[in-house]
Design a protein around this ligand. Structure first.
Ligand SMILES: [Zn+2]
Length: 109
């Protein structure tokens, strides 16, 4: 029983340490919409991460890992919510979800 508590405690400590981790990014990869509650950071190949805060220090711009939107995966582990940007209306949607903006100029909906 003690071993289980200890394991859970260690897991909690590790998780909270991981959560305050900084993630640096290139400011050119930042997408800011004035009418949006979130900032979006471009990772690669039109994959964007959604974050609620951005900061800056001597090294550059960063966000905290615990500010990035996450979702539970099939294996029940938390993963970053990945989004794609519609090239026609520049709105962001979860990967696998088509653009749902009714006035989107895209005809490939
Ligand atoms: Zn669109």
């Amino acid at each position: 029983m003690l071993k289980i508590i200890y394991t859970l405690l260690m897991l909690f400590v590790c998780t909270s340490m991981h959560a305050s981790e900084k993630m640096y990014f290139d400011e050119l990869d930042l997408n800011v919409n004035v009418d949006d509650d979130f900032f979006y950071i471009h990772t690669s190949g039109n994959v964007w991460l959604e974050t609620s805060t951005i900061h800056r220090d001597k090294t550059g711009a960063f966000t905290y890992v615990n500010s990035i939107s996450k979702r539970a995966s099939i294996e029940n582990s938390m993963q970053f919510e990945k989004k794609w940007k519609c090239p026609y209306c520049f709105r962001l949607y979860p990967i696998g979800t088509p653009c749902s903006y009714k006035d989107c100029p895209s005809k490939y909906k």
